[in-house]
Ligand binder design. Structure first.
Ligand code: XLS
Ligand code: CA
Ligand code: CA
Length: 438
């Protein structure tokens, strides 16, 4: 049975196509530099937003029209798997991602939940034998159920810590079975509401203990996927421990966990932390910890995590600039952790939205590649820092300077020749590339 019968396989038709259900810029086979667009972009479909989300918001009921809406329980879970693989095929998606609770209903106990999970994972495994779509990452949802009210690995309740460990244990087994390229930890309830009732030191030590156990178990079962931490400053918790990439790095280094983790960077989480998307990518990249990306965008008028499909070409260009400079994403990819707006409730909107996101990142890739190929920013930046190539600057870099020699250098200096940073010119240059790359 077809769930999306009005949609056939999405094809690349080029920038002048008027067909809404076609790619205008994403041409998977097109070579950009040393690899194809498909290899650079490694797009992933998020199971939760695409197949599980029903449109519910804090003020309204679910309103999404979905061909599986009449089903319940395991029947619903199975229909979603069938629909998902039809969707992946029609979209030509190389990857997908899920939380444990997205794919199978929870039972009364973890034993029952795991039984449901096993049945659905069997089914997914079967589909994956003939599908090109691979698992980018899976994760455990440790935020929805009331037991996680005070956190998971940072809960004040040791039974909840144990339950969370058992859930991640199962998640790693599933990751191994399905050949996941990564495993994600997003700590939506790992944080606190008030210091009046919180032992922050113990909570952070416990979080580190938890991560260490995950590292050990992955090794024990031979799961070789990359571990990723996904930072977010707030929502649902007021203050979340994995606030941003820099905070995450400091945490990992304190507990000697940094060799085992990279970051999954979400655009909307970056902006919630008061950073740009490209800032978070840069911090991870220069520390060798850029792992994967949750490709979405927030709304500058709304102060929460709106998870919109990415259509801002300036943002996709600057993001792809970091990704290309990183040599690509390795095992990571661009997962659309994005949901259609509540008003976009038709099943076809799921395709329209993914096409919009894929085309926007394809543009970003092409423009960023051209900017790098032409050395536009590299030359400007190299010139801006040229004072470190000789004289006192070179001595600083080579570790030959100290406070005394530096004082000697400036004590009688009257003029400091600074030059314009020309940021407006550079922004206009990016615009020029954006408008002429196609
Ligand atoms: C929520 C997060 C979440 C993670 C996976 O804001 O983005 O969906 O990506 O748990
Ligand atoms: Ca995310
Ligand atoms: Ca989000």
């Amino acid at each position: 049975m077809a769930y999306f019968e009005n949609v056939s396989k999405i094809q690349y038709e080029g920038p002048t196509s008027k067909n809404a259900l076609a790619f205008k810029f994403y041409n998977p086979e097109e070579i950009i530099g040393d690899r194809t667009m498909e290899e650079w972009l490694r797009f992933g479909v998020a199971y939760w937003h695409t197949f599980t989300y029903d449109g519910t918001d804090p003020f309204g009921h679910g309103n999404m029209i979905r061909p599986w809406n009449h089903l319940k329980g395991m029947e619903l879970a199975k229909a979603r798997v069938e629909a998902a693989f039809e969707f992946f095929e029609k979209l030509n998606a190389p990857f997908f991602c899920f939380h444990d609770v997205d794919i199978a209903p929870e039972g009364e106990t973890l034993r029952e939940t795991n039984k449901n999970l096993d049945e659905i994972v069997d089914m997914i495994e079967d589909y994956m034998k003939t599908s090109k779509t691979k698992l980018l990452w899976n994760t455990a949802n440790m935020f929805t159920h009331p037991r996680f009210v005070h956190g998971a690995a940072t809960s004040c309740n040791a039974d909840v810590f144990a339950f969370s460990a058992a859930k991640v244990k199962k998640g790693l087994e599933v990751a191994k079975r399905l050949g996941a390229e990564n495993y994600v930890f997003w700590g939506g309830r790992e944080g606190y509401e008030s210091l009046l009732n919180t032992d922050m030191g113990l909570e952070q030590d416990n979080l580190a203990r938890f991560f260490q156990m995950a590292v050990d178990y992955a090794k024990e079962i031979g799961f070789s996927g990359q571990f990723l931490i996904e930072p977010k400053p707030k929502e649902p918790t007021k203050h979340q421990y994995d606030f941003d990439v820099a905070t995450g790095i400091a945490f990992l280094k304190k507990y000697d966990l940094d060799p085992y983790f990279k970051f999954n960077i979400e655009a909307n989480h970056a902006t919630l932390a008061g950073h740009t998307f490209e800032h978070e990518l840069r911090v991870a990249r220069i520390n060798g910890m850029l792992g994967s990306v949750d490709a979405n965008q927030g709304d500058p008028l709304l102060g929460w995590d709106t998870d919109e499909f990415p259509t801002d070409l300036n943002a996709t260009t600057l993001a792809m600039y970091e990704i290309i400079k990183n040599g690509g994403l390795g095992k990571g990819g661009l997962n659309f952790d994005a949901k259609v707006r509540r008003g976009s409730f038709e099943p076809e909107d799921l395709f329209r939205a993914h096409i919009a996101g894929m085309d926007s990142f394809a543009v970003g890739l092409k423009v960023a590649h051209k900017l790098i190929e032409d050395h536009v920013l590299d030359d400007f930046i190299a010139n801006r820092y040229r004072s470190y190539n000789e004289g006192i600057g070179k001595e600083i870099i080579q570790g030959k300077a100290d406070f005394k020699t530096l004082e000697e250098h400036v004590l009688d200096m009257k003029e400091f020749k600074n030059e314009s940073g020309r940021v407006e010119e550079l922004r206009a240059l990016v615009n020029q590339y954006l408008l002429t790359a196609f």
